[in-house]
Design a protein around this ligand. Structure first.
Ligand code: ADP
Ligand code: ZN
Ligand code: ZN
Length: 725
């Protein structure tokens, strides 16, 4: 067989093509999916070989030779994953090399990164077994090691438990031939019995597992506490029992030690964990264990989705509506949509779970493209919380909380319950303002005010991260009249501590739980069940059940009611339903007090009287009438620069060359926050009644856009199926 003469390499550069290289001197056969080290300009880059070819379109004399194959040519990405990555690049209009490299763990994107060696295990030999029949003798640690290995092979981690001198004892046993070293075997699930499933859960498990063996997408639509996680466990038990691998993706904030503990106990198996807060080394080890098929179960966040698995059997995406499944910068993609595509390519089932499914998934379920299982009752028979809408115009307020709500809180605490106060605004006050002249502290780089963090004495911009010391006197008129306007979680915490000195007040937001372990500590305290107040942002809305919380006070969500973003109401409904769902248990049903200035707003009425399902149907109707997603399809050409004319010139030039067809482009329009981080942000909106037309026209258009002289003065990118405007 003649040696292919060029390698087509994906490189981490923002260009839409692959790059041709001559094979490295040292290389023999090579397969697609292998890492390769190549010269690129003056740099050396790690890339991935996408395919080999007999000829190059580049002139011979300009072809450069690849330097090395860091893993000896072993393909790290399998053909199925490579194909999916190419699809992603084409669908999301993003540079192929950046897409492909994002599938490797960060450690392997560097030239000096290498695959970790396969872990080893130790097993007893026949001699070793015979030795166990005899008396222990004086070599206590050696004997303890033999006893441990009598139960089956173990790795170094487990053997350490036998004592500090375990290593020398082990070496002696190896010398004596009582123990041998072997490559670690794949872990095997050893499931514990789960609870008896409710009728609804059983139905869901049956409906989903009857479709095992091929691609099928299933929406598991179950109210909070309905036992979706138990349904996942049942399905996982079946799939892992067949020796296959499975992947569970959860939102950023949902991946807690509690959840991992639950998987571990129920399935008798340590899940491999991949998310951005795991150290580079651990992440690499987990990735490699999955890629080799040693690890049967992956639990991770968005970034774990593209991990290769040789024996895939099931994908599960929990809280499928969650915004953290969408990557909002760089390679913008929806992990939910790519997961469905991945399951289809692998020909395996996928389950999308949520208490508040996205309108996209609901539409797919309605139109029977997805299976649809509903869990309408709580697994523990607890009733769902009662809503009460409080018209703020008729209430006296104390730091943003109505006196009526405070009285209810008092009653609940007296009765031994816990109270949750939800406010999606961290910091002390969202604005610091001068009462003399009206000067507000604004971010110099964004269209936003700076949030006052009083305890730290700082002003922070929550949009660009800018920080400054909070002034004592008004910088404009010099008056000693600066005052915080509006409330943040820190202020509520402070006020509630004053009002309820007898009970602890626990704050949950990114500022309060940034210290490692703080979050778990606070959760543990809540779990003890004593009366307390929880104050927090959307962090409170996710993943956790607080069975002793019987009152939820929603301080305010009115902003969403009149937002210019068509998704704002969908997100508001999901957030409220999720917050409300944290509360209540059998003996003491929960109550949710929703404070609003617009009690008559149709959205509030629908949600409170009809629940999320009817609310979502109402929103879907609206989207259908307006031709908005999921009924119409949308992509944005985003652009930003320091000067507005540069942005508008580029977008206008791009608009002029947009091809004729069913898809139409309009703009330039300002982004929801037009100025952020010192840059002006605008977009063109491209909409079409059908997806193929949109992609056809955009694909024909982009090469022209790239060539526009104005393109050099801006940062621009495509955002396909955008989640925010
Ligand atoms: P979800 O994922 O839908 O929010 P979970 O699976 O976390 O719900 O279940 C909520 C609570 O109900 C958990 O404490 C869980 O242990 C319990 N639970 C779930 N299914 C059952 C069941 N069939 N019988 C008894 N308790 C259950
Ligand atoms: Zn002033
Ligand atoms: Zn800012």
């Amino acid at each position: 067989m003649s040696r292919p003469s060029v390698w087509k390499v994906a490189l981490p550069v923002p260009l839409p093509q692959l790059f041709d290289y001559l094979p490295a001197e040292s290389a023999n056969a090579v397969e697609a999916g292998a890492r390769v080290l190549v010269p690129f300009g003056r740099r050396k880059l790690v890339g991935v070989i996408m395919r080999t070819d007999a000829e190059s379109s580049v002139a011979d004399r300009r072809l450069v030779r690849a330097l090395d194959l860091p893993d000896g040519g072993v393909p790290l990405l399998d053909p199925n994953t490579l194909e999916l990555l190419e699809w992603c690049a084409a669908y999301y209009k993003h540079a192929i090399g950046e897409v492909v490299l994002s599938a490797l763990p960060p450690a392997l994107r560097k030239a000096d990164g290498s695959l970790p060696p396969a872990p080893v295990e130790y097993c007893l030999t026949a001699q070793g077994k015979a030795r166990l029949e005899e008396a222990p003798g004086t070599a206590k640690v050696q004997f303890a090691l033999l006893e441990m290995l009598a139960d089956g092979p173990r790795g170094a981690e487990a053997l350490k438990e036998t004592g500090t001198s375990w290593r020398s004892a082990l070496n002696r046993l190896l010398e004596l031939g009582l123990v041998i070293e072997t490559e670690a075997q794949a872990a095997v699930a050893n499931p514990a019995e789960g609870p008896v499933l409710t009728a609804e859960q059983q139905q869901a498990v049956k409906a989903i597992s009857s479709q095992f063996g091929g691609f099928h997408c299933h929406l598991l639509d179950g109210v909070t506490g309905s036992g979706k996680t138990e349904v996942y466990m049942s399905l996982l038990e079946q799939v892992l029992g067949q020796g296959k691998q499975a992947m569970v993706l959860v939102p950023e904030i949902g991946l807690t030690p509690q959840l991992l503990g639950r998987f571990r106990r129920r399935l008798g198996l340590d899940p491999a964990v991949i998310h951005s807060r795991v150290s580079a080394g651990e992440r690499l080890a987990a990735w490699e264990a999955l890629r080799c098929g040693r690890a049967p179960l992956l639990v991770g966040t968005r970034s774990a989705l593209l991990t290769p698995m040789p024996r895939p059997g099931l994908l599960i995406l929990d809280e499928e509506h969650d915004a953290s499944f969408r990557q909002q910068d760089g390679f913008r993609y929806s992990a939910r949509d790519v997961a469905v595509k991945r399951a289809a390519e692998l020909d395996i089932p996928i389950v999308l779970g949520s208490a508040t499914p996205s309108l996209e998934s609901l539409r797919n379920a309605h139109e029977e493209r997805y299976g649809w299982s509903r869990l309408r009752t709580r697994a523990t028979q607890a009733s769902l919380p009662q809503w009460r809408v409080l018209d703020l115009r008729q209430q006296k307020l104390d730091h943003g909380i109505s006196e009526l709500a405070l009285a209810q809180a008092n009653k609940t605490l007296q009765a031994g319950g816990q109270v949750m106060v939800f406010l999606n605004r961290r910091g002390y006050a969202p604005v610091l303002m001068c009462e003399q002249c009206g000067w507000p502290a604004e971010c110099r780089r964004c269209d936003a005010s700076m949030t006052w963090h009083r305890a730290a004495g700082t002003l922070c911009c929550h949009h660009c991260g800018a920080q400054a010391r909070a002034p004592k006197l008004c910088p404009d008129c010099g008056a000693d009249a600066l005052r915080g306007m509006g409330q943040g979680t820190q202020q509520l915490e402070e006020r509630l501590e004053e009002l309820f000195p007898a009970v602890p007040v626990l704050r949950f937001d990114v500022d309060s739980i940034s210290a490692k372990g703080a979050f778990d500590q606070q959760i543990a305290q809540v779990r003890e069940g004593n009366p307390c107040l929880l104050v927090g942002t959307q962090m409170l809305a996710k993943g956790h059940h607080f069975p002793e919380v019987t009152l939820v006070i929603v301080v305010g969500v009115d902003q969403a009611l009149y937002s210019g973003d068509y998704r704002a109401l969908e997100r508001m409904g999901q957030l409220l339903e999720q917050v409300a769902g944290r509360a209540g248990r059998a003996e003491r049903p929960g109550q949710v007090i929703l404070q609003t200035l617009h009690p008559e707003h149709e959205a509030i009425e629908r949600l409170v009287t009809g629940g999320y399902e009817s609310y979502a149907s109402w929103l879907i109707e609206d989207r259908r009438a307006c031709g908005l997603p999921p009924y119409g399809h949308m992509a944005l050409l985003r652009a930003e620069a320091h000067n507005k004319p540069e942005v508008t010139d580029f977008l206008r030039a791009a608009l002029r060359c947009f091809p004729q067809g069913k898809a139409t482009a309009m703009g330039p329009l300002p982004a929801m926050m037009e100025r952020r981080g010192g840059r002006i942000r605008m977009y063109l909106a491209i909409t079409a009644p059908e997806r193929p037309a949109l992609h056809r026209q955009v694909d024909a258009w982009l090469p022209q856009v790239r060539e526009l002289p104005a393109a050099r003065k801006v940062r621009w990118a495509m955002d396909v199926d955008p989640q925010e405007l």
